[in-house]
Write a protein that binds this ligand. Structure first.
Ligand SMILES: [Zn+2]
Length: 307
């Protein structure tokens, strides 16, 4: 087997999109990750790429065309914000950043499917997993991981697994693929918590593993081993996409789970094992949440080290 150099994908617009002073989903998040990845010597081990902007036809695979056209047309003046929901807004750079965030996952998928790499990490924002087919919400504009999964299906892949360990439920991803069993969607999340998802046990390709306030390593690992692992092994995904949110870390200010850096290293190893067993090692991860800058940067480092 040849050694495949991992791929790091980002775009300058992702550090220009912002939603107002004091918003936790800040530009500093990407700077903290970049700084940590450089200081640890990991980033130089990646090939680095600039994300392309996702075209409209890739976005309408997962979002209603009317929503896509509304968002693509939103061009607030410099210094102005256009609100999407109570905690999500667009500035003059948001459309470009959101298209780049989705485009990053497309590029990652193309690169792993072409055999150019086996692991791509998309260091992008806005995040995506709350964006539903018909509405953008929860700091998210386009559902980046869903755009990537739909792109993989359009490229001939028949089974894609999306795993999501963000503290918040990935309601957008489950909404988009609720009637598409070609996509296995596995979540761990704090419940009850934002966005108040109600599981539908009739859909066996949506695997919800809720955790309760205060749960940490043991509960997380048990949920992955008893809920995700059997589903993934039965499904045999040809590609694994990761909604990589790091806000379940114990230091995160937004939520109440108690994951550790070691948990992110562990889940990275588990994903790599599944990918090696079923998917020719092909993994594309994209950044979702994580709001304590130190914990976020260290968690990303621990996660990507597994690859
Ligand atoms: Zn989150």
């Amino acid at each position: 087997m040849t050694i495949a150099i991992p791929l790091w994908i980002t775009h300058p617009a992702c550090t220009r999109h912002e939603m107002g002073a004091g918003h936790p989903e800040s530009i500093e998040r990407l700077h903290a990750i970049q700084d940590r990845m450089n200081a640890s010597g990991l980033l130089p081990m990646f090939r680095q790429a600039t994300a392309p902007l996702a075209p409209r036809e890739a976005l309408v695979r997962v979002h209603e065309p009317r929503l896509v056209d509304f968002l693509l047309a939103a061009r607030p003046q410099a210094g102005d914000y256009q609100r999407i929901d109570a905690d999500t807004a667009m500035n003059a750079h948001t459309v470009e950043a959101a298209q780049a965030a989705a485009g990053a996952v497309i590029l990652g998928v193309d690169q792993v499917l072409a055999g150019k790499t086996r692991f791509a990490f998309c260091a992008v924002r806005p995040p995506g997993h709350h964006a539903e087919r018909r509405r953008a919400m929860g700091f998210c504009v386009f559902n980046n991981v869903a755009v990537g999964a739909a792109h993989a299906l359009a490229s001939g892949i028949e089974r894609v697994a999306i795993v999501d360990f963000d503290v918040h439920y990935g309601n957008g991803t489950s909404d988009i693929f609720r009637d598409d069993p070609r996509v296995l969607v596995c979540n761990t999340y704090q419940d009850p918590y934002y966005p108040g998802w109600v599981s539908d046990p009739s859909r066996s390709h949506i695997v919800d593993a809720p955790l309760k306030y205060g749960d940490g390593s043991a509960a997380f690992r048990a949920a992955v081993d008893t809920r995700w692992a059997p589903a993934i092994e039965a499904f045999q995904p040809q590609l694994i996409l990761v909604s990589a949110g790091f806000d379940a870390h114990g230091q995160d200010p937004l939520a109440g789970l108690d994951f550790t850096f070691d948990d992110y290293a562990w889940i990275g190893m588990r994903i790599r094992e599944w990918a090696d067993a079923h998917a020719h090692g092909r993994v594309v991860a994209t950044l979702e949440g994580g709001y304590d800058l130190y914990a976020l940067a260290r968690s990303v480092e621990a996660f990507v080290r597994a690859f």
